[in-house]
Design a protein around this ligand. Sequence first.
Ligand code: FE2
Length: 224
Amino acid sequence: MKILKIAAVSAVFAAQFTLAQFKQTPLPYAYNALEGSIDAQTMEIHYSKHGAAYASNLNKAIAGTPQEKENLIKILSETSKLSPAVRNNAGGHYNHELFWTILTPEKNTQPSAKLSKAINETFGSMDAFKEKMSKAGADRFGSGWAWLSVDKNGKLFVSSTPNQDNPLMDVVEEKGTPILGIDVWEHAYYLKYQNKRADYLSAIWNVLNWKEVSKRYDAALSKK
Ligand SMILES: [Fe+2]
């Protein structure tokens, strides 16, 4: 009887474990690796508390629903039909997983020649692009994100979304594949920058991982 009970408990545990499909990937650098631009305490709380909560709350929100068997991109594409809890946490999980990768302690990474050309053609220059991106983040009222994305025709565009929405969601106006996202929630910068969001937006370029953004650009184009 006892053995049966243990087996039953193990099966439930295994099922829960299997169904908890979304989890954080390890942060690809130390919490203090971006010091100077993003402080260690902000990174630690952001990754280990906020980031972790989006993943675990997403798993809870989809438990027992068809979304449990879907991938994240599919879930994002049908948010209009899903609960606010799924929308917020699926977006939160996707957005943060992208955000960690587009930052790096490596100095002066550069966009690929192809991405550089597309940025120049679309926005006029790299400086004009950075200005547009920073403005999208600065103008976002309350919490949200600034994005560089690739649209269905393979063209780059800058946009901003509120809360944890992103350009992959069917509910947003400007749709595309995000290749760079900047978190402008206060939890991303307030300990170091307080109310000076513009200073955070200007410092983030010092730790931007252009190699990763270029890789994501190629991947987005290859899906067209
Ligand atoms: Fe965040």
